[in-house]
Design a protein around this ligand. Sequence first.
Ligand code: ADP
Length: 600
Amino acid sequence: AKGAAQMFRSLHMKLVLIMVLLTVSLMMVVGVFLMNAVVRFYLDDFNQRMRDMFSSENREFYEDLTSPYEGEENGVNGLEDVLRANMGELGVDGLTRNYFILDATTGAYLAGSDDELGETLNKSPNVLSAIRTGEPASGSDITADYMDVAIPITRGDVTYIIQIYDNRQSASQLNSALFTLILQSLIFGLISSVLLSFLLAKTMITPIERLTDGARRVAAGDFSRKLEVGSKDEIGILTATFNSMARQLQATIREAENERNKLDTLFLHMTDGVVAFSRNGTVIQKNPAAEDMLGRVIDESVTYADLFADAAPITEVLSLEQPAYLDRERTAGNRTLELLMAPFDQERDEGGVLVVIHDVTTQRRNEEMRREFVANVSHELRTPLTNIRSYAETLADGAGDIPLEMEKNFLGVILNESDRMTHIVQDLLTLSRFDSGRSELKLEKFPFGAAVRDIYNAVLMEAQRHGHTLTMDLPDQLPDIVADRDRVLQVMMNVVSNAIKYTPDGGAIQISAGRNELRVWMEVTDNGIGIPAQDRPRIFERFYRVDKARSRESGGTGLGLSIAKEIVDRHEGIIALVDRPGPGTTIRIELPIEGPAHGK
Ligand code: ADP
């Protein structure tokens, strides 16, 4: 409202100023014209009258002037008499208008209606002209403060100059009266113009004020009120236009807001991290995913340099031509992040740099694992192949010379190695079937306790061969479970065989089982070589072996536990190393009694 008042004041001031200037200039023009006209009228009137009086047509007066009386001694007195007798007609009153009789050659004052004035008066241009030419002179200067005529008159033998001199006092008086009048009307005009300007201001400025208020509201985002269109004039049109503009603006803003909300939601929930920077590197936008991936809070104090300077300087990104972008990779904590960096809005100063962050950790880890896996497979297959080849070569080279016993021995190794390869290939096939999801579980209901006992019986002989004490600890009541029996037996067998394999002869191996609410469990404990702490997290990885030589010696492929884990995972169970003080190892298997919840 303060601003509106200010505007009102300034507009109003302008209006008043215009009115005042208009009035003053009008009055001035009128005044100057009027006063000029008055002077000119007086001048013209004076000249006209003098011309009429002194013309030779005005016979009587002319003859009176030029013919001396009988017995006249001094022409001046005669002239004076004639002039005095005609004072009325000449308009001579002795105050504003006088007559002077001058010497025709020197212009000296001889007589007149006002001696004092006549004697002191300078010779006017008309007088000088009359002296010089001997002709009447009536030139007049409108700017002078007097008017006069000079007429040479020859009376008898002597020539005189008659000067009629008017000090224009009546004109001046009239003019000053006019001036006061104009001044008065000017004051009236000014007062009425100020009043008028108030009236005008009211009718013109109030709608403008309302419009200003409306514009201010719209600028503040309030579209609730429509302005009233009060008139059909320009201001009315402006108000209507303003209304429609506000309506359109509102629609546009709504649309933009809608769009922004959509984008915001997308931005908030997208899994990729996004951070936008201004040209000078300050953060404009960021989403939670970005903070999560970079492992730090991104607030206003963080700049591009803090986050990505090591990937690429901001100037490099800004200098890119769209649609080019930079693709960088870096690690943050234990994650691998791919950074896609591109400039946006390059033409405008508001532009900046957008960084999209992909978490490629699993991707990279998978790639790494695949590479490792391929390397492992090749290595595992090459060893037996090399053996087979060298023994076969030896046999081929020494055909006939090799003792039968040795030959048998060699062939035994070859068979063994090919068995090993078959074993590895079979295990790999099993795993690949799991990986591709082609291997389906054949679920059936069977008694869990019986399965454990079967395993115990199956490995008892082998354990005894190594001098191990194998014990079993089973509760009386173990439920039937739903699972793929053959696979579960495979897992149990693998774990128990490992215990036998990795325990020096004469060890103690215990198999125990039980039920824990909705699950059954089995634990295999040995007092063997155990697994070093640093290898514990990895023994379920494919081809991972603590001691390669020892494992191979005992016919291991390094795939047994990874297959076991695949099978148990499929059953939605758990297989894990029990964290307990040594010596030896305990492996625990847990399976849901009702089978995997997600079918198959
Ligand atoms: P392998 O065919 O070599 O036995 P597994 O996948 O069955 O492969 O086992 C992986 C590795 O885990 C083994 O090579 C061995 O080093 C270690 N391991 C498994 N069970 C035991 C155990 N009971 N005691 C000590 N080490 C074990």
